[in-house]
Design a protein around this ligand. Sequence first.
Ligand code: SAH
Length: 346
Amino acid sequence: MKDLIDQLRAKHKLTPEGYRALLTMRDSQDVEYLMEQAREVAQAQFGKGIFVRGLIELTNVCRNDCLYCGIRRSNSNVSRYTLTREQVLDCCEQGFEIGFRTFVLQGGEWGEERSTWIAELIRDIRQRWPECAITLSLGEHTRETYAMWREAGADRYLLRHETHNKRLYSLLHPEGMTIQHRLQCLDCLKELGFQVGAGIMVGSPFQSLNSIVEDIMYLVDFKPHMIGIGPFIPQHDTPFSRFPAGSVDMTARLYAILRLALPQALIPSTTAMATLSPDGRLRGILAGANVVMPNLSPADNRAKYALYDNKASFGAESAQGINKLADELSLIGYHIDWSRGDFPNT
Ligand code: SAH
């Protein structure tokens, strides 16, 4: 096993069988060796600093109907909200005061007719905080919309591909959504000069080991600047309410494998990790993740952005709890890096 891990570290890729072996290995010493190697590579790249991003949940209004997601269109138990321009700017101001230099606008997917409103919002943020990075995570859109947002000043875009496997993709999404279109969007975002993030949920219903291997192969080939991966967590109003949650261990293992494959990638230890386990966030970092995205949304709205049950959004998971996060990180010898934290050499 160690040879395989050394090979991944040196060559940044393995055969599908190699990835499968790393995903299924059981010897705890082998797993610890993988984690150690991933930590070393992350530290060589970023030191012991962890980048932070202020997450602003812009809206839970969504035209899509992804079967796993609590804010899917057909969930009539969601009380829908959209932050006003002023609310968003207040969040940024608070975040800037705390020290954040990246703002992430995430939300449900809107129709193209509202893209200009978002472009104006991006322009306002860009003008007031020229030194900050603006990241968007607003779903699939036309090239025109993406180009307009890029032009308005957005720097990065997160769009998890969710799964590269065609069959699984169609089991997780409503008719009409396709992996081909998802991948086209990702290609388009890259062409437009965004730093781009792709990724998956771990342990989603019907997911197989083979499909995870496919996802790794895709990510290694696509080379996203950012990789967003978190365990699946059921939401009580969705068709997947009765499926079990994904595993923190398996997610951490994926962070480690992808760290070795893509040493420069920005990999967050995601909110879903913190939601499933009190030490989930730290375990992600000890597996080579180097980003945390505390919640900067207005406190009253957080419960309404319920992608899954019990989603963490307070304490160390909130921008206001940044000292708690700093304390946690210091327990394992890490600290917050307050810089913008762009992909190296961009
Ligand atoms: N509308 C945007 C943002 C979606 S929310 C988009 O389409 O990209 C961001 C991510 O949350 C999704 O990409 C998905 O991977 C994750 N997510 C949604 N529901 C989830 C659930 N039940 N458990 C875990 N992660 C979930």
